[in-house]
Design a protein around this ligand. Structure first.
Ligand code: SF4
Ligand code: F3S
Length: 106
């Protein structure tokens, strides 16, 4: 499966959702996650993300491992998103910031 990680938090560009053939992205207030039970590993979303937030599960960097269970958990709680929308208002300010795990809103 593929995993959405830190760079997405407080940005949420949503380019990724347009290309997913199985509609497995789920949307929260300031972050998106991939449902690991639905993702078919097509890889299409990886190149779409302007901040390179999406990794194959096996390639998630060591300091972002906590995003793997977070994607699985929140995919069960949040609704599916299938169409691109505007990014969050402060996306430019937050795009280069790291360590945003604690700022994911539920
Ligand atoms: Fe969807 Fe493919 Fe990305 Fe998985 S790898 S989330 S199936 S676009
Ligand atoms: Fe997030 Fe990148 Fe998609 S910022 S919403 S993973 S395009």
């Amino acid at each position: 499966t593929y995993v959405v990680t830190d760079a997405c938090v407080k940005c949420k560009y949503t380019d990724c959702v347009d290309v997913c053939p199985v509609d497995c992205f789920h949307e929260g207030p300031n972050f998106l996650v991939i449902d690991p039970d639905e993702c078919i590993d097509c890889t299409l979303c990886v190149a779409e993300c302007p901040v390179e937030a999406i990794y194959a599960e096996d390639d998630v960097p060591a300091d972002m491992q906590q995003y793997i269970p977070l994607n699985a958990e929140l995919a069960q709680l949040w609704p599916v998103i299938v169409e691109k929308k505007d990014p969050l208002p402060d996306h430019e300010e937050w795009a280069g910031v790291q360590g945003k795990f604690d700022q994911v809103e539920r």
